[in-house]
Design a protein around this ligand. Structure first.
Ligand code: ADP
Length: 467
């Protein structure tokens, strides 16, 4: 029953940060202690060994002067002076048989007879005799001196004092370790709490946004300039963008509903009138013809809207092949030849023969047809339209330039919006979707489209397409 909440806590970032912090804190303290312990241990050993070797030299000199008796005398003198024999001394024959050793009671923990069994070669400098009791860690650490008469002089001392000191050090450390772990845990949880406070604020704000769906809400930003601040700003940016997109979608939907309403109402009106004129076959035929026209208009609108959203979301299937640009332009101009002739507008095409792009031929044709259709629509009788292509670095630039009415400056940014129609264009047929489709298809080809305008000189649409 308690395991579930415990498991949840274990998975939280706060818990993991605390665990990491206190774990690292404890480990560093342990490493510090380990290093101090090793340094202390090795310096104590060095000190002991230096004292032993000094004593060894003294006893060796004594031995040269007066043999074993001189050593015994020196030991007796030192023992009375210091109250106890500090060093273990042994003299052995060339075969390591004991000739003499200090039998002071403080060496009773060691079986010194065993020393006869520890072989000593000419190069041996140290021998070690463990305590009789296997539970004891003490060792008799003995330095060896090869006397000139072939005998061996061994001087040593027990590591007991050293071990006691190190044990005390270890004990003191164990006592310190408990508060260290407590401090590590407390420090870790405090730091984790502090570090995660902005994140908790972020979570609370996002939870309320998810619960209420209120996209105008923003997460609080502390203005400290840290990463969490950046995250907060990014979230706010994202929320603003989502809000903008949703508003855009709502507007489009409103526009679509609005623009569909007129032809649908017209369709219904025509059908109603036709129903009343049931006797007149010619009226019925005319009404049906208008119905078909209106339905086609609605269908074209819906199809274009779907094409635009497919191109914008990247789901439009593009059948990309190398396409000769001059052939493409001539093809489109040919389609509009009669319209142009009818309006008395001269259309010219210019492009280098070898110019080619990788594109979906039909979609590109649709793009150019829309631009040419607009140019012819918005150019008065007697004007001219020029369709041209040229290479510019890794791009092919296609321009459609007319001598028509041009686009008012305040409308320039809006003409790419879905269903937008310029004020002066209302008299012309159109859905207000042509340029949205042009832009979406060009962008789906990794290209760009822009418009420039010289008042009174007409409009120029410029396509940048990658080769
Ligand atoms: P429409 O069906 O109205 O032509 P478009 O999306 O093709 O819709 O164009 C949007 C608006 O851009 C038009 O209503 C018109 O105001 C303006 N426009 C487009 N092409 C031209 C042009 N060649 N000359 C002047 N205005 C243009």
């Amino acid at each position: 029953m308690f395991l579930k909440p415990l498991n949840r806590i274990r998975k939280t970032l706060g818990f993991r940060l605390t665990a990491w912090y206190s774990g690292l804190f404890t480990l560093s303290t342990l490493a510090l202690f380990g290093t101090a312990y090793m340094l202390l241990s090795s310096s104590l050993q060095r000190r002991d060994r230096e004292a032993i070797q000094l004593k060894l030299k003294e006893y060796a000199a004594e031995y040269q002067l007066g043999g074993r008796e001189a050593i015994a005398r020196k030991i007796a003198f030192e023992t009375t002076q210091m109250g106890k024999a500090r060093f273990f001394v042994r003299v052995a024959g060339p075969d390591n048989q004991t000739l003499f050793f200090t039998s002071a009671k403080q060496w009773k923990d060691f079986d010194v007879v065993q020393l006869e069994k520890i072989s000593v070669s000419a190069t041996t400098q140290w021998v070690y005799l463990p305590a009789k009791d296997e539970d004891e860690d003490d060792i008799l650490e003995i330095a060896v001196f090869h006397l000139p008469d072939g005998a061996l002089l061994q001087v040593g001392t027990s590591t007991e004092g050293r071990e006691d000191l190190l044990e005390e050090f270890g004990g003191a450390f164990a006592g310190v370790m408990i508060p260290v772990v407590v401090i590590g845990l407390a420090g870790g949880s405090f730091l984790a709490f502090r570090a995660l406070r902005p994140l908790r604020g972020l979570i609370t704000s996002l939870q309320s946004i998810v619960a209420t769906g209120n996209l105008t809400a923003r997460v609080p930003v502390a203005d400290t300039g840290d990463e969490l601040d950046e995250l907060g700003l990014l979230f706010n940016g994202l929320l603003a963008k989502i809000g903008l997109l949703i508003t855009g979608m709502q507007n489009s939907l409103d526009n679509v509903a609005h623009d569909l309403r007129t032809p649908m109402t017209r369709l219904r009106g025509i059908a109603e009138i036709a129903l009343q004129a049931e006797e007149r076959a010619d009226l019925l035929r005319e009404a049906l013809g208008t119905c078909v026209e209106e339905s086609e208009r609605i269908l074209a609108m819906v199809n274009t809207l779907m094409d635009i959203s497919e191109a914008e979301t990247g789901t439009m299937h593009l059948d990309v092949h190398p396409v000769n640009v001059l052939a493409l332009l001539e093809n489109v101009v040919e389609l509009y030849r009669y319209v142009a002739e009818d309006k008395g507008i001269a259309v010219s095409v210019s492009a280098r023969l070898e110019l080619a792009i990788s594109a979906d031929r039909n979609r590109m044709q649709q793009v150019l047809a829309n631009l040419l259709d607009n140019a012819l629509k918005y150019t008065p009788r007697g004007g001219s339209v020029e369709v041209a292509a040229s290479a510019l670095g890794p791009q092919v630039i296609i321009t459609v330039t007319d001598t028509g009415i041009g686009i008012p400056a305040e409308e320039l940014a809006k003409i790419w919006d879905r269903l937008y129609r310029g004020d002066k264009s209302r008299s012309q047929r159109g859905l207000g979707l042509g340029l949205s489709l042009v832009k979406a298809i060009v962008q789906a080809h990794q290209g760009q489209v822009e418009v420039s305008n010289e008042i009174g000189q007409g409009a120029q649409f410029i396509l940048h397409l990658p080769v």
